[in-house]
Design a protein around this ligand. Structure first.
Ligand SMILES: [Zn+2]
Length: 99
């Protein structure tokens, strides 16, 4: 069983379908979805852009203000935006750099 989740993808990963609102619709396994609902973060996939040295593990994370987004773990010092430590919501990031 798969569940559809709408996410913000600031990294342009080759997954899901892009929606008119700018978000993407992803299908994830039921247990991943449960984990996302209960903990606010779940592992999505490992991905390596051809220009990157190493592959990164991407997660779906919940932002209190914008809903779900995709990100990989950042260093601790960058974790001021979004809800979960170590992740940066692309919408919060945009808002903070506009001012
Ligand atoms: Zn946000």
């Amino acid at each position: 069983m798969k569940v559809k989740v709408k996410v913000w993808d600031g990294h342009g990963l080759p997954v899901g379908e892009t929606l008119e609102c700018g978000r993407k619709a992803l299908k994830i396994g039921f247990w991943k979805w449960i984990k996302l609902k209960t903990s606010g973060v779940v592992e999505l996939m490992s991905y390596r852009n051809p220009s990157w040295k190493n592959s990164l593990v991407f997660h779906i994370v919940r932002c209190k203000r914008h809903g779900y987004f995709i990100d990989h773990v950042h260093g601790y010092s960058e974790s001021v935006y979004g809800m979960s430590e170590g992740f940066t919501c692309p919408k919060c990031w945009n808002n903070s750099t506009k001012n």
